[in-house]
Ligand binder design. Structure first.
Ligand SMILES: CCCCCCCCCCCCCCCC(=O)SCCNC(=O)CCNC(=O)[C@H](O)C(C)(C)COP(=O)(O)OP(=O)(O)OC[C@H]1O[C@@H](n2cnc3c(N)ncnc32)[C@H](O)[C@@H]1OP(=O)(O)O
Length: 228
């Protein structure tokens, strides 16, 4: 189960794009990331900014006129990869093809999940530090994947975060998470976030396997489980 569901946990060099569409999207998404990061720190002239806005609107119009595919299910139905493959592209925190994703890189060793990420100026909350909402989002995505190691994935029910220290921008951040226990439909997961070897935040998550739909999510997940 882990291997199929956990594409985001495979070593990075094994996570090749499933189709040429994703290969191209990854490149474009990285260009957009670089662009927005440069925008955050740019003091170009108003005229330069206005010119770039115009140029960007024209580029957007080209994309808008292209054939469109909407959502995770849309991509799988269009043959652009399995649920896991699409997940690693579009996830809002880990998706390589999603320009709003930092992106978060995840892997698993034994019973522990790990992730690393570098949050740039786009994510600034307190001066020089990561906005707390984005810290929470990192945990939601990461613990949400770590719970898969328990074999009964569910939706986030509760996330409790202790913000112990400000989390700095522009440095490698390291996350780890593990399953504490499972009770019925609930999986209890714990995790921590470290910068320069200092724990800046800790999180406890309770994930609850629904009894009924999210059907389309569940069906897609279950289809990818290997026999036995
Ligand atoms: C199978 C397919 C899924 C696959 C999914 C994978 C997707 C692949 C992406 C993964 C990675 C994404 C990572 C991001 C993950 C999100 O962001 S998920 C989005 C945010 N979360 C949501 O939208 C959840 C919204 N809430 C709900 O849908 C429902 O409230 C829930 C969570 C499914 C629970 O509803 P329910 O099944 O009716 O729960 P209920 O029967 O009342 O209670 C069951 C048990 O859970 C407890 N409980 C209920 N609610 C809560 C709560 N909020 N907190 C703590 N405990 C609670 C109850 O006390 C009860 O405990 P016991 O009495 O059994 O001891």
């Amino acid at each position: 189960m882990l291997e199929d569901l956990h594409n985001p946990f495979l070593p990075l060099d094994e996570r090749t794009p499933a189709t040429p569409l994703w290969e191209a999207k990854r490149e474009l998404a990285q260009a957009v990331r670089d662009y927005t990061e440069a925008l955050m720190t740019s003091a170009a002239t108003p005229k330069q900014m206005a010119d770039m806005s115009q140029w960007l609107r024209e580029a957007t119009a080209q994309l808008e006129q292209s054939p469109r595919i909407y959502g995770r299910n849309g991509y799988t139905e269009a043959g652009e990869g399995t649920f896991g493959e699409v997940f690693q592209e579009v996830g809002p925190l880990c998706g390589h093809s999603n320009p709003i994703a930092p992106p978060l890189e995840m892997w698993a060793e034994g019973d522990t999940a790990y992730a690393r990420v570098n949050m740039g100026w786009r994510y600034e909350g307190p001066p020089g530090c990561v906005h707390g909402g984005f810290v929470a989002a990192l945990f939601d995505e990461f613990l949400g994947m770590a719970q898969f190691m328990g074999g009964h994935p569910g939706m986030t029910g509760t996330l409790s975060i202790k913000y112990r220290r400000p989390t700095p921008l522009n440095v490698p951040l390291e996350l780890s998470a593990w399953i504490e226990r499972s009770e019925g439909r609930k999986t209890f997961v714990k995790g921590k976030l470290e910068a320069n070897g200092v724990v800046t935040a800790e999180c406890e998550g309770i994930f609850i396997r629904p009894t009924q739909p999210v059907t389309e999510l569940r069906d897609a997940v279950m289809k990818e489980q290997p026999e036995g």
